[in-house]
Design a protein around this ligand. Structure first.
Ligand code: CMC
Length: 392
């Protein structure tokens, strides 16, 4: 038996070399290919950030236009996939549908599953980025029992997604530009986050040579958990449970009580121990959206505002460096926009798809890559002889 380093939760193990995303958790820094996240969220937009993550540099105007045209060309899903959606119960969680449908893409797009062919890898990347909004919107429409709305390719990526979710056939639907901008920011701020649990899952799945759709489906499955991408849904559910601002002290007391497993969802982060730079931008966006849509008649949003204020002024949270993370504010924005909580994690998955793909492509082009195979510290029985059942 070998001697292995034991590192539960991989808090001090680097699993790969990467040139995509840099995080300094102490300083609250997040860079994509060297560019600070606040500059990207403020000056760029999601598809340009997708190009940057995938190819490593900011595109020229022509490159960006070509990239946007390519993505737009792939937004439709194979018509036969509609049957696949219909196989689910209407009350299925959209994440369950999306994991299944993305996994099934390898059964529909045979010309983009060969990972050894760089052109097929490229087409798979474009297909996944282009079809995720369509598939997420279809999952939503299916669960609310409305007809699917097809993509409209004269719209930008975020507006198109909002329209596919909220438009109803035969009725006019105008996308509000402030909401489209806020949606685009949610996509941009979630685009990549180096070797988090779901990205590491994608890399581990890919290390066996699995096809891209299977790898991304694995990432989506991992993202679903409440300690990761499920936190935005869990956060809004917590706000609902709190119900009214006067019950906040009770929940703050529970979060501080070591005997109680309850945690303030949407607070704290494994890597950011001072502030989450994404949360700063997301908070601005949340303020803009709430100004536009108003919070007065939404008790959940009133609870959110008050909880933020109370927690930020409480020494327990200050001492442990627990502050609202990106999911606290994205949850508030999505709630204000009218998304049900079950769509919060699908929207995170949609946004993160480009990050997963960029990391997947980087791994495949690394000549040193090999199958991931962690070892363990074995604590079980030493060798012993099998005993016949009558002797036990
Ligand atoms: N509420 C109350 N106490 C908390 C919280 C919280 N949300 N988060 C951490 N703590 C306490 C925890 O009890 C521990 O206290 P002590 O040192 O006395 O035992 C201390 O803070 C450190 O916590 P930890 O669990 O060791 O920290 P971690 O780095 O393993 O966990 C986390 C990070 C994000 C899982 C955790 O903060 C958490 O569960 N937060 C709520 C869920 C959440 O919002 N997750 C989304 C993360 S951002 C999106 C993403 O990247 O996916």
């Amino acid at each position: 038996a070998g001697v292995f380093t034991y590192d539960p939760g991989f808090t001090s193990t680097a699993s790969c070399e990467s040139t995509i995303t840099y995080i300094d958790g102490e300083e609250g820094i997040l860079l994509h290919r060297g560019y600070p996240i606040d500059q990207l969220a403020g000056k760029s937009h999601y598809l340009e950030v997708c190009f940057l993550l995938l190819y490593g540099y900011l595109p020229t105007a022509t490159e960006l236009e070509n990239f946007e045209t390519t993505i737009t060309r792939h937004t439709m899903v194979h018509e036969q996939m509609i049957n696949f959606f219909r196989g689910f119960r209407r009350d299925a969680h959209p994440m369950a549908i999306i994991v299944g449908v993305i996994g099934a893409m390898s059964a529909f797009y045979h010309d983009s599953t060969d990972i050894n062919d760089p052109r097929q890898r490229e087409v798979a990347s474009h297909r996944l980025i282009a079809k995720m909004p369509t598939i997420a919107a279809m999952a939503y429409k299916y669960t609310v029992g409305q007809p699917f709305v097809y993509p409209r390719n004269d719209l930008d990526y975020a507006s198109n997604f909002l329209r596919m979710c909220f438009a109803v056939p035969a009725e006019e639907y105008e996308v509000n530009p402030i909401l489209a901008r806020a949606m685009d920011r949610i996509f941009t701020l979630h685009a990549d986050h180096e070797q988090n649990a779901s990205t590491s899952t994608v890399r581990l799945a890919s290390s066996s040579g699995a096809n891209p759709f299977a790898c991304i489906a694995a990432g989506i499955a991992c993202l679903w958990g409440p300690a990761h991408g499920g936190a935005n849904q869990a956060c809004l559910e917590m706000l609902k449970e709190i119900g009214t601002p006067d019950r906040i002290p009770e929940f703050i007391a529970r979060a501080k009580d070591k005997e109680d497993p309850f945690r303030l969802m949407g607070f704290g982060h494994r890597v950011y121990k001072n502030h989450d730079p994404r949360a700063t931008v997301m908070k601005q966006s949340a303020d803009e959206v709430l100004d536009l849509l108003g919070v007065e008649d939404n008790p959940l949003l009133q609870v959110a505002k008050e909880l933020e204020r109370v927690a930020l002024s409480d020494p327990y949270f200050a001492d442990k460096k627990l502050f609202p993370n990106v999911d606290f504010y994205s949850g508030i924005i999505l709630e204000a926009m009218g998304f049900p909580t079950s769509m919060f994690t699908p929207i995170f998955a949609l946004s993160r798809t480009v990050g997963w793909i960029s990391q997947w492509k980087e791994q495949l082009s690394d000549p040193a890559h090999k199958i991931g195979r962690p070892r363990q510290l074995y604590l079980g029985e030493t060798e012993r002889d099998y005993s016949d059942i009558e002797n036990r």
